[in-house]
Design a protein around this ligand. Sequence first.
Ligand SMILES: Cc1ncc(COP(=O)(O)O)c(C=O)c1O
Length: 354
Amino acid sequence: MSGTNGAGLIRPSVQALKAYVPGEQPQGDGWIKLNTNENWFVSPSVLESVARAATHDLRRYPDPVCTGLRIRLSARYGVEASRIICGNGSDELLTLLIRAIAGEGDRIAFTEPSYSLYDVLTNIQNAASVAVPLGDQWQLPVGELVAVNAPLTFITTPHAPSGTAYPLTELEAITAGCTGVVVFDEAYVDFGGDTALSLLDRYPNVVVLRTMSKAFGLAGMRLGYAFGSEEVIDALYRIKDSYNVDHLTQVAGCAALDAWDEYARVNRDTALRRDWVASELQRRFGWKVWPSATNFILVEVENADASEIVSRLKRDQILVRYFARPRLDRSMRISVGSDAEMDRLLAALDRVMG
Ligand SMILES: Cc1ncc(COP(=O)(O)O)c(C=O)c1O
């Protein structure tokens, strides 16, 4: 009987699934968390708006289609509100895109390495991952991706975890060469690099994905949004949960967009600090830091064991990200925090490296 030992209760592809592993969440106080590329800053005006919205009205369901938020996004990015959908983090929109476009066995292409959730979501759907290797300097394999011409292609731009920016000409070449949907995951584009937004009017197969988790410091609220053709966006609306973005998150998103200039200033400073930390790591320890257009750096450690450094930092209550994956296992990915956090990181590394 299958009921007695659990066999047959769960789909085989889910039983075999290697689940996504999020960055470690520290318990207790005093930690410096540089392992998930969160922003060190949240605008006080956002916090005040959320506090004001936490009233008896929370008994009501939220706006199912994020009207106020989409009006603001439309004005900011010059894309009609009917071509925008908001999600419970951009992670939810990735799920919806896969469910809408890729059936069982369909190919989903992405670069290797890239955001490892793409592969996990593909496996959940029983679709087929096609991982196309990046060049040895993390260049986009434009020709190879076009040759695959998958029904769905994910491009992380700027790239994570390397931080590499890709020119619009390359993004357009992939879009023009593929007949399937091409999703540009621009989670980090507010810190630098080209956006593919200008392709939206010419290519119905383009989706641009953004998040408020990075540049707007709202990872804890869960808010992402996608821009695309009416055909693709309409499909996502039809399959999403009715109330996928809660009321306080919608309020926070509107307030964050209203604080645009403040965030732009802070994020420019973060980019300057990123470049300063990168030069310090090169100068003090001789490490290779890949050029980054994001709020993190990928640091290649030739003269020491990267995983050991990550463990030693953890003993000092500093979390950075280590990936035990090909091409990344000699590196650590470090989010750019506040001035004080970066000073503490550098001091800790001075101690670790003797
Ligand atoms: C490339 C990339 N895309 C998407 C996400 C997920 O963003 P969200 O917090 O909006 O789900 C992340 C988060 O780390 C990311 O690095």
